[in-house]
Design a protein around this ligand. Structure first.
Ligand SMILES: Nc1ncnc2c1ncn2[C@@H]1O[C@H](COP(=O)(O)OP(=O)(O)O)[C@@H](O)[C@H]1O
Ligand SMILES: [Mg+2]
Length: 271
């Protein structure tokens, strides 16, 4: 167990000035599971690290953590050890590629212990220390409207909502957006449409969710981009390899690069 004093001194040792670079911390979310959050964030993390950005990827999906499985890595310590007050956050990153560290998650943990808000606040405060060690901190989260996920998202710089082009996914995404805007004080949410037949299908789905959001919630969403459906994604997950590493020249990788450059880094060409 870590005592209150040690926790406090960890917090106080952090550089007090928070790095204000925009969108330093990005979290993915979705209304329902299986839209491709983990696939997208892992590949975004890899691509950014491959061009020299220092990236920390954190698996915060408390029910179905799977970045470790996607990478075929067995992690000794997970985010659960931090949430259960057994280790400090800085003890958790595992380096898996040049410039790419991962904090693995823990499947099957249904909820946080008591004082959930306090623990998430402590997690977010601990992240501020990392902001000086990394260029980007990327967070994978669970799908749906669990309180702890929504509360965490409310504290993160930028949220990327991952939807699929089918109407149910768009509706689920809208329901989650409504909660985040109305109940959790978010101002800006970006949207990635994954598993599309083509760019046009992604743009139409974005238009559908954005029309509803603009009309009913008086807030426009930010279009981040479209990613096509590709059977090689399933293959890469089955083979436990990183898609972008395995298929560097593929259209999907270019689409994720475009999202990274145009939308998330506001640069015309980084990767
Ligand atoms: N662009 C894509 N094309 C084809 N299959 C995809 C694509 N993105 C994700 N998938 C598949 O969808 C499944 C769910 O993806 P995952 O990233 O685990 O979703 P989530 O993290 O949102 O639950 C995976 O089995 C993966 O193979
Ligand atoms: Mg996932």
């Amino acid at each position: 167990m870590i005592g209150q004093a040690k926790r406090l001194s960890e917090l106080l040792s952090y550089e007090t000035k928070k790095n204000t670079a925009s969108n330093k911390t990005i979290a993915v979310t979705s209304g329902k599971g299986g839209t491709g959050k983990s696939f997208f964030i892992l590949n975004l993390a890899y691509l950014l690290s491959s061009v020299g950005k220092r990236v920390l990827l954190i698996d915060m999906d408390s029910n179905l953590a799977n970045i470790d499985v996607m990478l075929n890595i067995t992690s000794e310590k997970t985010i659960s050890d931090f949430l259960q007050n057994r280790v400090l956050l800085k003890e958790l990153p595992t380096n898996i590629r040049p410039n790419l560290d991962v904090i693995f998650g823990d499947s099957g943990r249904l909820s946080l212990p008591e004082k959930r808000a306090e623990i998430i606040d402590y997690f977010v405060a601990s992240l501020e220390k990392f902001e000086n060690n990394y260029d980007k901190i990327l967070i994978d989260t669970g799908a749906g409207v669990q309180w702890e996920t929504l509360y965490l998202l409310s504290k993160i710089d930028f949220i990327a909502l991952i939807i699929n082009p089918d109407p149910t996914s768009v509706m689920d995404g809208y329901a989650l957006t409504k909660l985040l805007l109305n109940e959790y004080g978010k101002k800006e949410i970006g949207v990635v449409v994954n598993k599309c037949d083509n760019k046009g299908e992604g743009e139409t789905s974005f238009k559908n969710i954005n029309t509803a959001t603009t009309h009913f919630l008086k807030t426009s969403l930010k279009y981040l981009g479209t990613i096509n459906y590709d059977n090689d994604v399933y293959r890469s997950i089955k083979e436990q390899v990183i898609f972008s590493e395995e298929y560097p020249g593929s259209e999907l990788v270019n689409q994720i690069k475009n999202i990274a450059c145009n939308s998330l880094l506001n640069k015309s060409k980084v990767i």
